[in-house]
Design a protein around this ligand. Structure first.
Ligand code: F6R
Length: 359
């Protein structure tokens, strides 16, 4: 039940610190080991590329996960849209392993890919939020997300759980491969930092509510921009805002906006920038200024160590590979309050279903 909450979406946003702790309890015992199936690690060790296949929010989590697998486990990894992959498969590596990410474990586009690649004899891992879901039953290996039931149509806690569980597996594989960088990756600690950071952000939701009132109500279009880790985060932030508030929102690589799409910026168009990456922070700020010079109403969502006095939302510092875990919280809240302000049914946006069982 949603208890005292007006909507499941807000309850599920608030649950994310607890979800991080559940992932820690399930996979990361205090002795520093990682509780992941050894035969899965052997299969991954033999793979030369990880194909992460998913839809919607799960695809956005896969984009974040791919970078963690490459960095921690040294395994080339790439995320693909299930609806495209099922019918237009790229030329595969010699020893591919497939990771199908799905909250529901029932998404038809993802299942089509699973059936297809199993037929070709390739190993398949699924990460789903429902034990016994179709995808988890039909795969060779499965890992549970531990997000708990997600009722709101817009996915929130499953996204952060998917990032955390992919990080668990990347850490386990990196350690299995005796990589120093993976041994040094204290994920148990990093996820508890993430949980504490998420808690701070959900406790400050009034601030986000006020920003939404200033930025969103009369707008038809909005943008999220970011570079590096902040680019896939921008895609997910944009999907959240558009699907629940019906404000047409695009997520953009900050440096790409000027190659055409900046033409859409008008007086007061909200442009919200994620700035968590040291190397590109200054570039993203200047891209944001370019939009401001064309009338945009700019908002900054910035990691603490990069923050300046005029920034709008400050994110607690965490391992940069995991920055989406805290970065997405204000964006989920922006989406929630934008929809609430328009008196929309936050939990059941028009035209959408919780699990999409047609291709
Ligand atoms: C967006 C959303 C959808 C799902 C997508 C995949 O908030 O919920 O984009 O992420 O339909 O669903 P699963 O993860 O169940 O395969």
């Amino acid at each position: 039940s949603k208890g005292t909450y007006p909507y499941y979406m807000l309850k599920e946003i608030d649950e994310q610190p607890a979800v991080m702790r559940r992932v820690v309890d399930a996979y990361l015992p205090a002795d520093g080991s990682v509780a992941v199936n050894q035969s899965l690690l052997q299969a991954l060790d033999q793979a030369d590329k990880l194909y992460i296949v998913a839809a919607g929010t799960s695809y956005h989590a896969g984009l974040v996960g791919a970078r963690i697998f490459e960095e921690m486990a040294g395994l080339p990894a790439e995320a693909y849209l299930a609806s495209e992959f099922g019918y237009h498969m790229p030329l595969l590596a010699k020893h591919p392993l497939f990771l199908l990410l799905s909250q529901s474990g029932e998404t038809a586009d993802s299942r089509e890919v699973l059936v297809n690649v199993k037929k070709q004899g390739y190993p398949v891992l699924t990460m789903t939020n429902t034990a016994g879901s179709t995808l988890s039953r039909e795969a060779d290996y499965t890992m549970l997300l531990h997000a708990g039931p997600e009722i709101a149509v817009a996915s929130t806690k499953a996204y952060t759980a998917q990032i955390a569980v992919q990080a668990v597996l990347a850490k386990a594989l990196g350690v299995f491969r005796k990589r120093e960088v993976a041994k040094d990756f204290d994920l148990r600690h990093d996820l508890s930092i993430a949980a504490a950071g998420m808690q701070t952000l959900v406790d400050e939701k009034e601030q986000v509510k006020n920003l939404v009132a200033q930025y969103i109500p009369n707008q038809q279009h909005a943008f999220y921009i970011g570079r590096g880790e902040d680019y896939p985060l921008s895609l997910e932030a944009a999907l959240k805002l558009k699907e629940v508030s019906y404000v047409h929102t695009e997520g953009f690589a900050a440096g790409e906006l000027k190659h055409g799409t900046i033409a859409l910026i008008e007086e007061d168009t909200p442009v919200m920038a994620f700035i968590t990456d040291d190397v590109t922070a200054a570039h993203t700020r200047s891209n944001l200024q370019e939009t401001e010079a064309r009338g945009a109403h700019t908002m900054t969502i910035v990691s603490e160590h990069l923050a300046q006095p005029t920034d709008n939302i400050v994110l607690p510092d965490i391992n940069p590979l995991l920055s989406a875990l805290v970065g997405i919280i204000p964006a989920q809240l922006i989406a929630y309050y934008a929809a609430l302000g328009k008196k929309l049914d936050v939990d059941k946006p028009r035209n959408l279903a919780k699990s999409v069982t047609v291709e």
